[in-house]
Design a protein around this ligand. Structure first.
Ligand code: PEP
Length: 472
């Protein structure tokens, strides 16, 4: 059984072998993340192919893949040997590729450091090291003092907590991956460090028609300032808690997570909760109690997907991490408070026929205890609308396009059946969908199924028919 909240696994050396990838799928993964910060453009096609090949023709085994663009992540460009920084040490940060001066830390990919001010905070290695600016020495050099020390290794990330570096909306390396995406055709693309809705629009324009789904990673304070518009412009969002917690006071991240989940649910956009969900499983075979509670809460709050990062990319127990995550999801889903969820959806006043049909279908599911809610869909739109109402039966997208089936996979509770025929009328389409579902789910007499369709078969956004059928 595929859990209602989907499991995303990040691909990395710990799982990049066909047998391990197969085991991850068997344990419950339906979506893979290829993190372009760690997979170079020359390796990406091979890794992509390996993951695509996991998709089996057997029923309900749709596997989706998305590319996570690097975005403007700054890294320390440091020498071979790690450097140890102690509290109160004074060092220089410099934009330069010359690594010979031992007392300087070298940065790349930034035009200047003039955006920094005296007392600006700089964090390195996910907050393990904290520096504070003492003085701007020149446009490309600042003197800093060490607030929290530690060992600096080359290529570790660096974040500017209270200052915004001057960066283009689309970086050079993002452009390379976007070009590759046009050939590879991933199901979604995640944009890192989104700052504005315009940035999302630019990337969508570049991808053109038949574009993958767009996931905006919310990990900067600036994104929160125009979050409604960013969510409207995106197909889904990722609460990228790793960098988000560097950009905000740490204790504010749970509230922001809850707010982002609610906003995405309201707008019928999917929401992914990411980072450190089962972090201790990178080394340990079992998670901490706190991690179990974190995953449980993300599911209870209404997440569409939960994501594993290092746990599956570089961890010692990738398959176990997925198995544990699935067990927590199943438990949390069995106790999901549908009444609370529905009362907090803000925009229940529907404005479209499709949305009203989706709402009625979800309500009928609760009343009748139907075995499935089938959406005959061309683009996946009706699945998205239905998923928002969290019906009490599996949602099945019945579509002719495998590409659409893979996109449907990102939405809560939704799976797909790929139809291998072209119906000539809406009636025929619903009949075929019903027969196929009865067969695939081994339904028996008395079982009920809801089928959604449109009068204008294959016209996007035309869902207006709700049919309730009983197996004879
Ligand atoms: C994060 O910051 O939480 C995140 C998912 O982004 P990345 O892993 O790309 O740094």
């Amino acid at each position: 059984m595929i859990p209602q909240t989907k499991i995303i696994a990040t691909v990395g050396p710990a799982c990049l072998m066909p047998d391990i990838l197969q085991k991850l799928v068997a344990a419950g993964v339906t979506i893979f993340r290829l993190n372009c910060s760690h997979i170079g453009p020359s390796d990406l096609p091979t890794v992509f192919k390996l993951v695509r090949e996991l998709e089996a023709p057997e029923p309900f085994r749709t596997i989706s893949v998305f590319l996570d663009l690097p975005g403007p992540k700054f890294r320390i460009n440091q020498p071979e040997k790690p450097i140890n920084l102690k509290e109160s040490d004074e060092v220089t940060l410099k934009i330069s590729s010359d690594k010979s001066a031992p007392t300087s830390l070298h940065l790349s990919a930034l035009p200047n450091l003039t955006f920094l001010k005296e007392a600006s905070k700089i964090v390195m290695d996910d907050g393990k090291i904290v520096l504070q600016v003492l003085q701007l020495v020149s446009d490309i050099e600042v003197k800093v003092t060490v607030i929290k020390g530690g060992e600096i290794k080359s290529r570790k990330g660096i974040d500017f907590v209270d200052a915004t570096p001057p960066v283009p909306d689309i970086t050079e390396s993002d452009l390379v991956f976007l070009d590759l995406a046009k050939q590879l055709k991933p199901d979604a693309i995640a944009i890192s460090f989104v700052r504005s809705a315009e940035q999302v629009r630019k990337i969508k324009r570049m991808l053109g028609q038949d574009a993958p789904l767009i996931i905006s990673k919310i990990e900067r304070r600036e994104a929160l300032d125009q979050i409604e518009e960013i969510v409207d412009e995106s197909d889904g969002i990722m609460v990228a808690r790793g960098d988000l917690a560097l950009s905000l006071p740490l204790e504010k991240t749970p509230k922001v997570q809850r707010r982002l989940i609610e906003l995405a649910n309201d707008k019928a956009k999917f929401v992914i909760i990411a980072t450190q969900m089962l972090s201790s499983m990178v080394t340990n075979p079992i998670p901490t109690r706190a991690e179990v509670t974190d995953v449980y809460h993300a599911v209870s709050q209404g997440a569409d997907c939960v994501m594993l990062s290092d746990e599956t990319a570089v961890g010692a127990h990738p398959v176990e991490a997925v198995s544990v995550m699935k067990k927590i999801i199943v438990e949390a889903s069995s106790e999901f408070n549908f009444d609370n969820y529905k009362t907090r959806l803000k925009s229940l006043g529907t404005t479209s026929i499709s949305d009203a049909t989706a709402y009625a279908a979800a309500a009928a599911c609760f009343k009748l205890g139907t075995k499935a809610l089938v959406c005959c869909t061309t683009s996946g739109y009706s699945v998205r609308l239905v998923s928002r109402y969290r019906p009490a039966a599996p949602i099945l997208g019945f579509t002719r396009e495998p590409e659409v089936a893979r996109k449907i996979n990102f939405y809560w509770g939704a799976n797909s059946v790929v139809a291998n025929f072209a119906a000539t009328s809406d009636r025929e389409e619903r009949d075929r969908a019903f027969n196929e579902i009865v067969y695939k789910l081994s339904l028996t007499p008395g079982d009920r199924v809801i089928i959604l369709g449109g009068l204008q078969t294959f016209k996007i956004g035309s869902t207006s028919i709700l049919e309730i059928r009983e197996v004879e």
